[in-house]
Design a protein around this ligand. Structure first.
Ligand code: ZN
Length: 294
């Protein structure tokens, strides 16, 4: 079933997730026989902080307000970690943008795991430059991650490599296969990458906003085989969700600029034994977009 919500409201998205969790839970009952019980926990997702996209100071302030709002979440909804789904800055080689991002990112009161987006690895936002990957690793750190949290496995990927990473993409795919080899040890598996795999259909043509068909097909096959619970992405600057053979595909809006009128904020994901809930929360007091709509 493919569901596409161009302007998914908070409630519509939650309603959809509740409905689809029923189908996820039937898959998970099988897994439950072999995995440990996990206590409920939450994590936050921030996407496309993209410092410098609208105006550096304003974008930094919005990102800072989002981080502060996450830090102030009280027990019960307090996330145990945050994930930033790429496009940390707008211009990969702009040191002022990078410094601003790092300055705010350091204020997180919980562990943070990051992956790069196209704007972090391509000067024009499109064509991957290996020297910018070196710069990212020097300034930010590794461009992928694996985290185990309360019986769930999180794998963060560098999706710009799927665009034109050549041998680096093949190496990353092999690494990903290894991470998913012991899938039965985990209650849930969550994948995070910047680019959505597809927008409307799994076999659609390549374009700026999706993952190229060659790698997309391999990834979807692997994710289905590994019974991945959800793939979280950014890049679209809007709310979007669908399911692919029981896998939730969810895009979190930007904290900087959105094309669907979404507020600037973060997503809070709460994981239980039987599934997860996803809520996107706008942060009050974030500054409006100053640039005219495209
Ligand atoms: Zn992007």
């Amino acid at each position: 079933m493919i569901v596409r919500n161009k302007r998914t409201s908070h409630n519509t998205l939650v309603g959809w997730l509740l409905a689809t969790l029923l189908s996820f839970s039937s898959l998970l009952v099988v897994a439950a026989q072999r995995t440990q019980h996990a206590s409920p926990f939450s994590f936050a997702i921030v996407a496309d902080s993209q410092i410098g996209m609208v105006r550096l100071e304003r974008d930094r302030e919005n990102f800072a307000k989002v981080v502060k709002a996450i830090n102030e979440l009280k027990s019960g909804v307090r996330p145990s970690m945050a994930i930033i789904a790429g496009d940390l800055v707008d211009h990969a080689n702009n040191q002022r943008e990078l410094d601003s991002f790092i300055q705010v990112e350091k204020t997180f009161a919980i562990p943070v795991y990051l992956i790069p987006g196209n704007h972090d690895l391509a000067r024009d936002g499109k064509h991957f430059e290996p020297s910018l990957l070196d710069l990212y690793r020097k300034n930010i750190g590794p461009d992928r991650f694996v985290v185990r949290q309360a019986g769930s496995l999180f794998v963060g990927l560098n999706s710009q490599l799927w665009i034109e990473g050549g041998g680096l993409a093949a190496e990353q795919f092999k690494w990903l296969e290894q991470q998913l080899r012991h899938r039965n040890q985990y209650r849930h598996v969550f994948i995070i990458q910047h680019h959505p795999l597809y927008l409307e259909a799994a076999d659609e043509a390549d374009e700026y906003f999706n993952t190229p068909l060659g790698w997309r097909t391999k990834l979807l096959r692997l994710f289905e085989r590994a019974r991945v619970t959800a793939v979280f992405t950014g890049h679209l600057h809007r709310n979007q969700s669908s399911t692919y053979h029981g896998i939730a595909m969810i895009t979190t809006p930007s904290s900087c600029r959105n094309f669907d009128g979404s507020a600037f904020g973060y997503a809070l994901v709460t994981v239980t034994d039987n599934g997860f809930s996803y809520h996107y929360r706008g942060v009050p007091g974030t500054l409006p977009d100053e640039r005219p709509a495209k």
